[in-house]
Design a protein around this ligand. Structure first.
Ligand code: NAD
Length: 339
């Protein structure tokens, strides 16, 4: 908005712990004077033709603002409820899921100095939802791989590697078995690599990557990995476990051609909702990814550094999931003091 100098961003606070961790982001952004105006979106599911979907005003807000921050959404269990996360991904064509997994200095876990970046194809592969019963006791589930979807996510991986200064892209595959499907994914990567002579491309088998990442995560310090959907789903959680030992610290970005939605990796944590216990770090780090995406780098760095220093300062300042005594609100106040 030229009049106020502020960017408008859609904000879905989410369910369960969502409002508490969202409140923490709002307070910290206010204290850091981030030039953002939030536009709050209600995404309480509505029924259209027996299927759950997102209310129109929320879709309009995100389509207009192009950037959204999102708390966790609970998926109601029962018939006719499609996951709203999946609906958002489909509605806005969010084809790449970016998952950095970085150790938090001063918070000791089994592995130290982990700094992994993985990009997962987000729209097809094993999640294309095409399954048949051939005959009772025999089912078929289709893994769909297309040149178009492979190309856009792999291109994004090359661009991302360039943008964050990593010289290698590793395309993760199992083309020894899935000859056609993963074969196409790798082929597209090799074709695209000609356009990125400054980036080295390696095609690595999934099993080798898993072994290498667990035995020596540092060997991926200069790498951006890119995978088909299912491998990316599993590998990204493995990476989170290695870096933080907890999903409560892991941010993510869902990138489309126009719209991008930033969110914590964890769910709505109904077991601790409303108790001022939730760790807002994952959503805060997601909001920092968002600020980087928008080019507001100084604000991102300032907030990220304050969050990480707060965690590093010791158990008194950490929330219970990290073995600490802090509440959501006391953690938030600590971050604000360190801005
Ligand atoms: P969950 O991530 O909500 O919880 C798993 C465990 O981690 C719980 O013990 C919880 O207390 C803890 N935890 C999660 N986030 C935390 C935080 N910020 N601070 C401290 N502890 C935290 O996973 P779940 O229980 O399997 O799922 C609950 C609901 O969330 C389900 O309805 C599921 O569909 C939904 N979900 C949504 C998303 C999303 O919106 N992206 C992702 C995963 C799950």
């Amino acid at each position: 908005d030229p009049a106020t100098g502020k960017y408008t961003v859609s904000f879905i606070e989410g369910d369960g712990v969502g409002p508490e961790i969202s409140n923490s982001v709002k307070q910290i952004f206010k204290a850091a004077d981030v030039p953002i105006k939030w536009e709050f979106c209600d995404v309480s599911p509505i029924f259209v033709n027996g299927v759950t979907t997102i209310p129109k005003p929320a879709v309009e807000s995100i389509s207009k603002n192009l950037v959204a921050l999102k708390g966790p959404l609970a998926t109601p269990i029962g018939k006719g409820h499609r996951s709203l996360n999946l609906t958002l991904r489909k509605t806005f064509g969010l084809f790449a899921n970016v998952r950095p997994a970085k150790s938090v200095e001063g918070y000791k876990t089994t592995y130290e100095n982990v700094n992994l970046v993985l990009i997962r194809e987000n729209t097809e592969g094993e999640y294309s939802g095409i399954e048949h019963i051939i005959t009772p006791g025999v089912v078929q589930s289709i893994k769909l791989i297309t040149r178009d979807a492979s190309e856009r996510v792999i291109r994004y991986a090359f661009e991302y590697a360039r943008a964050i200064g990593r010289p290698k892209v590793v395309v993760v595959h199992k083309s020894t078995i899935q000859r056609l499907a993963d074969g196409l994914f790798v082929e597209v990567a090799k074709e695209l690599s000609k356009e990125y002579p400054d980036i080295e491309l390696k095609a690595e088998l999934l099993d080798k990557v898993v072994l290498d990442v667990v035995s020596n995560p540092s060997s991926f310090d200069d790498v951006v990995s890119v995978c088909p959907n299912l491998y990316g789903d599993i590998l990204s959680d493995l990476n989170s476990g290695l870096s933080a030992g907890s999903l409560g610290l892991t941010p993510s970005a869902n990138i489309g051609h126009k719209v991008s939605i930033f969110e914590a990796v964890h769910g709505s944590a109904p077991d601790i909702a409303g108790q001022n216990k939730a760790n807002p770090t994952a959503l805060l780090l997601s909001s920092c990814m968002m600020l980087h995406h928008m080019g507001l780098n100084q604000y991102a760095d300032r907030i990220q550094s304050a969050v990480l220093k707060t965690i590093a300062s010791g158990p008194e300042s950490r929330t219970a999931d990290l073995g600490g005594k802090a509440s959501t609100s006391s953690f938030t106040q600590d971050v604000i003091k360190r801005l």
